[in-house]
Write a protein that binds this ligand. Structure first.
Ligand code: BJW
Length: 240
């Protein structure tokens, strides 16, 4: 998948670059995606959008923890891949660079990205269901610790954003502002189905940015993009 000379030139001259990543960027690290390839993640016969939901936290937090402990167990053996490393290098290439991720796996940080706007939280943190105190978990804490908050003794939950829940407002507002201001926006490894994250690409495009998609499959965003690079993130991103 060669990058056209024209896109290379646009990339080299860009002042402000914004990248939105999704589960596909971690696929080559061995982290399963939610959708794509004709499959959707299922846990104990339940579609993930049922278990990863605000309702499930209210009705069956034990099951939610089992699902996230399982996924933290999978993640323990996963390492950042060339796509994560390429983006960590981009932060030094541009006067203004913003990395926004929907992923909860922390692999961008582990690859060396200094500032990552995590729109859907982080799987290695938990938060109190009552006072919202946050706790960092170690990858080895499977099953999770602590069980209850040391400040108010309410139960803790995974600190991730589930369907029907609000995104962290500070991260989202900053991502929205940077999407509006950038001149080049990359949509990498996301099915672009989940809002409001997917809407950032639309904001960028309507504000005049050039939109580039990197994904081996077509998505609802494809027709909207100025450039489509059909390939794996770990193979395409290092080519820039
Ligand atoms: C590769 C590759 C390789 C493979 N290289 N690529 C507006 C319109 C319609 C609906 C809504 C709307 N606004 C809000 C909604 C509702 C809802 C929503 O969007 N629903 C749609 C699905 C219909 N959104 C919400 O509920 C959000 N909250 C919200 O809006 O709050 C306001 C509100 C509150 C109360 C009531 C009403 C409104 C919250 C969304 C939170 C999403 N959370 C999850 C789970 C996180 C925890 C967990 O990890 O379990 O986040 S869902 C899941 O999807 C996860 C992901 O971050 C997210 C996006 O998935 P992603 O990253 O795109 O992955 P995949 O698997 O879908 O795609 C992978 C892609 O990679 C594929 O395209 C492959 O081809 C590609 N790929 N290998 C490059 N090597």
């Amino acid at each position: 998948m060669p990058i056209s000379p024209r896109l290379k030139e646009i990339f080299q001259n860009a002042k402000s670059v914004c990248v939105l990543t999704g589960a596909g960027i971690s696929a080559e690290s061995g982290v399963p995606t939610f959708r794509g390839g004709g499959n959707a993640a299922v846990w104990k016969g339940m579609p993930f959008d049922q278990i990863s939901s605000a309702r499930m936290v209210r009705e069956n937090l034990n099951e939610v923890w089992e699902w996230f402990d399982y996924r933290r167990g999978v993640l323990k053996d996963c390492e950042p891949n060339p796509a994560h490393f390429a983006l960590a290098e981009w932060q030094n290439r541009f006067a203004d660079f913003t990395l926004v991720t929907q992923n909860v796996d922390g692999l961008h940080h582990r690859a060396g990205s200094r500032e990552v706007l995590e729109l859907h939280g982080n799987i290695n943190r938990s938060s109190c269901t009552n006072c919202e105190k946050r706790f960092q978990m170690n990858a080895e804490d499977v099953p999770h610790k602590p069980e209850v908050c040391d400040r108010c003794e309410a139960r803790v939950r995974p600190d991730v954003v589930l369907f029907g829940e609000m995104l962290p407002m500070d991260a989202f507002l900053k991502a929205e502002q940077k999407s509006r201001e950038c001149d080049l926006f990359f949509v990498v490894g996301t099915s672009a189905l989940v809002y409001p994250a997917a809407g950032l690409a639309e904001i960028a495009k309507f504000s005049g940015a050039r939109l580039v998609e990197i994904n081996p499959e077509e998505t609802p965003m494809t027709g909207f993009c100025d450039e489509v690079l059909r390939g794996k993130a770990g193979e395409v991103l290092p080519l820039f």
